[in-house]
Write a protein that binds this ligand. Structure first.
Ligand code: S3P
Length: 748
């Protein structure tokens, strides 16, 4: 049906029934793309026909559809772009007169009514009809509003039925793709419900609001003073009234449902205003602002804390360079998560400075908003949390989506196990593959009821209303997430809960609980708390994340001529393995201005290039540097001699299998890197250039991506790093800061 002409897809003729914004724009786009042989317009009024021909929108135009039907052949397409309720009349004209092999599709905003009209006319929906709806438009209407770029990068929803002919469906998809649009399929009912909420309801409200103001006698000057807010909010009330009347009538039930939901919300806002309920107003406004900000980012294709397609990001790192200057990397991820969690469960208002505005910590923040906590910000790293106390969380409206964050999911499991409500925790593809029995097992021992997906993977369903009892838990692996999960569940348990870890792991949970006035007894590897206490709000100053600083520490250590000062970095002794290991390798690292900030040790870290040597990494350093190995492997590949890592099997269950991912990437760059079951053996190149170039896959793991960007400093050729979008989980401004420091990094 579809032939290639000069390499371009071609439909035969396009017949556009209704030459307004939607139909005219399709005609213009296909003509511009050279994607059809001829465009014939059909309009009721002769004047429209003349205009459409005059404007070059169609090649010819007629006032009666019946006239053109006999001329059509297989491969031609009829596109119906009339108001929703007029579609039936067009179907009636097509019946019995449409030649075989011609595809019929439409652009009406309601699909249920189009299906019903087809059934009425043909007895059943014919297989050549492909119902569709372009999600594009403008408040402008009519033939003069048509544009050839209206559909570029917009979505077209098709709602094919079981009997829709695949050839006609393909023809329709290719037609829309030729306009630059993205085509997707959806069931009819889902389309009508989604559109009722996202498009039809806003139009009702906009029309209604403008009409209210226009008719309000006391406000006769209202439009004179109405400014940007009014203009932005009501733009769509300039849309075509006939089209919108039809949509309201055609999608009646779904729109009524949406209006009822909105009316209830408006009524509760009204009463909050009436009684001066500031908390409720802040709750609604901060949640709405967060959602709108997120949507704004989606529109500019920057965000991905959503079960949506992640945007593809590639790092292109040119070889060579050195790093220098004073840099402040973003706030610590582990502490940022915990600041929101404990701040929400504390009594009173907690102020956080230095909060990491990365996607992982933002997922935690959003989850607490979904459970009714009012959280202001983040604005420049400042967040204000209106704590609800240990028993003040509310059931969220749906599953909590935690993106890429293992920390969020495992710590949430603990603190939600003792709530009164059920909750489901979900995440992205990477998180959905990570092991959760390590938290589900001890929580079940405490009396929690938790269901996991197959093989103990997410999603987690946590049943509410269970009574927890304290346990004495010996961790089978060195994991701060598991330790924190059990301790957080312990807040809700009867009696004492203790954890004993096989090796020291980050202790931010214990420190922050103590900072909030919750007693935690610590005795070597053992931490104990008693359930039933309470936390009081406080101030939290989150230092820069040593895990993010690591990339610049390694960069400075390996690139000749480098000298960087990393400001205000957290150097908690349970996190400083990277400093110890790099020093063991011969790195020149100086800790300046050591101080304590909010119970956490902090310093400015100066690193200058120095020759590195291969080492056997002491196993006791592994948990203290657990997130830093991707960068440390790059340092090892530049060092003189062999580096051997053992006792690090945990690296295989991080955001990716970091041993395999790094070994694969390093080998592509020509490095001899041999993975072992619990570590890796790397032969370092010593002084001089260490790497070739090539394309490496970060597997969507933020730290793998950043490590290979750093490797470019010692490469001969360009390194292309694929799947880097998740760098924003922990270090949203990495590329910017890296470029400022001296890396030759482009983001594509
Ligand atoms: C974290 C603990 C570590 C670490 C992760 C953050 C935390 O995970 O890798 O990035 O904030 O508790 P494990 O507990 O799985 O070792």
């Amino acid at each position: 049906m579809l032939e290639a002409a000069g390499g371009r897809p071609q439909i035969g003729r396009l017949v556009v029934v209704g030459i307004g914004l939607i139909g005219g724009s399709l005609a213009l786009a296909l003509k511009a793309a050279g994607a059809c042989r001829e465009v014939i317009g059909v309009a009721r009024r002769q004047r429209t026909c003349e205009q459409a021909v005059g404007l070059g929108i169609v090649d010819r135009a007629v006032t009666g559809l019946r006239e053109v039907l006999p001329q059509l052949e297989p491969g031609d397409v009829v596109f119906i772009a009339v108001p929703t309720l007029a579609v039936e009349q067009v179907f009636a004209e097509l019946r019995d007169k449409l030649p075989a092999g011609v595809t019929v599709t439409d652009g009406a905003s309601v699909k249920g009514s189009v299906i019903a009209a087809a059934e009425k006319i043909w007895g059943q929906v014919p297989d050549f009809l492909v119902p569709g709806h372009p999600i594009a438009g403008s408040e402008k209407s009519g033939v003069t509003a048509a544009r050839d770029d209206l559909y570029i990068a917009h979505r077209i929803i098709l709602t094919p039925l079981a009997n829709t002919d695949p050839d006609h469906l393909r023809q329709t998809v290719l037609m829309w793709q030729a306009t630059g649009a993205e085509v997707l399929n959806m069931p009819v009912e889902e389309h009508d419900e989604v559109l009722a909420a996202t498009s039809h309801l806003p139009h009702v409200i906009a029309f209604g609001l403008v009409d209210t103001l226009a008719h309000d006698a006391e406000n006769e000057n209202i439009f004179r003073y109405a400014a940007g807010g009014f203009r932005d909010f009501t733009r769509i009330a300039s849309s075509d009234p006939v089209m919108w009347r039809d949509i309201m009538l055609a999608n009646r039930d779904a729109i009524l449902k949406a209006i009822d939901l909105y009316s209830a919300n408006l009524a509760s806002l009204r009463s909050a205003i009436a009684v001066g309920d500031s908390d409720q107003l802040m709750g609604v406004f901060t949640r709405a602002k967060a959602a709108r900000d997120h949507f704004t980012k989606m529109l500019t294709k920057k965000a991905y804390t959503e079960p949506m397609q992640a945007q593809e990001v590639t790092f292109i790192a040119q070889p060579g360079g050195a790093v220098s200057g004073r840099l402040r990397v973003p706030g610590d991820k582990s502490m940022s998560h915990r600041s929101i969690m404990l701040g929400s469960l504390a009594e009173g208002v907690t102020e956080v400075e230095g909060f990491l505005e990365g996607e992982d910590a933002l997922a935690t923040l959003q989850a607490f908003r979904d459970m009714g906590v009012v959280i202001e910000g983040p604005v420049d790293g400042r967040v204000v949390i209106h704590g609800v106390g240990l028993h003040g969380l509310q059931a969220p409206p749906g599953p909590l989506y935690l993106g890429n964050s293992g920390t969020a999911m495992r710590l949430f499991a603990g603190l939600l196990a003792g709530q009164a409500f059920d909750v489901t925790l979900t995440g992205d593809d990477s998180l959905s593959k990570r092991p959760m029995n390590r938290v589900a097992d001890p929580l079940r021992e405490m009396g929690a009821e938790i269901e996991t997906g197959p093989e103990g993977r997410p999603p987690l369903l946590i049943r509410g209303g269970r009574k927890l009892r304290g346990i004495d838990y010996r961790l089978p692996m060195a994991s701060a997430q598991v330790k924190s999960c059990v301790l957080l569940a312990g807040l809700y348990a009867d009696g004492e809960t203790s954890t004993t870890e096989p090796a020291p792991t980050r202790d931010h949970t214990e420190r922050m609980l103590q900072g909030f006035g919750y007693e935690v007894r610590r005795d070597g590897a053992c931490a104990t708390l008693r359930g039933g206490g309470k936390m009081s709000a406080g101030k939290i100053d989150v230092p820069a994340d040593i895990s993010s600083a690591t990339f610049f520490m390694v960069a400075a250590a390996i690139a000749p001529g480098s000298d960087v000062l990393l400001e205000h970095v957290g150097i908690n002794p349970t996190r400083d393995g990277v400093i110890n290991i790099l020093r063991l390798m011969g790195a020149d690292i100086e800790l300046q201005n050591r101080r304590s900030v909010g119970g956490e040790p902090v310093a400015d870290i100066r690193v200058r290039q120095a020759p590195l040597r291969g080492v056997r990494i002491p196993e006791d350093q592994v948990p203290l540097a657990i997130d830093e190995f991707p960068a440390l492997f790059v340092a090892a590949a530049c060092a003189d001699g062999e580096t051997v890592l053992t006792g690090a099997e945990e690296l295989r269950v991080k955001e990716s299998d970091r041993i395999q991912a790094m070994a694969d990437g390093l080998r592509i760059l020509g490095v001899d890197a041999e993975p072992t079951q619990d570590g890796i053996v790397i032969q370092g190149a010593g002084e001089g250039v260490a790497f070739g170039g090539g394309t490496v896959d970060s597997l969507g793991d933020h730290r793998i991506a950043m490590a290979f960007a750093v490797a470019s400093l010692r490469a001969r050729d360009t390194i292309r790093i694929q799947h880097c979008a998740n760098v924003a989980t922990s270090f949203p401004n990495f590329a910017e800061l890296a470029t400022r420091a001296g890396l030759k990094l482009q983001v594509a």
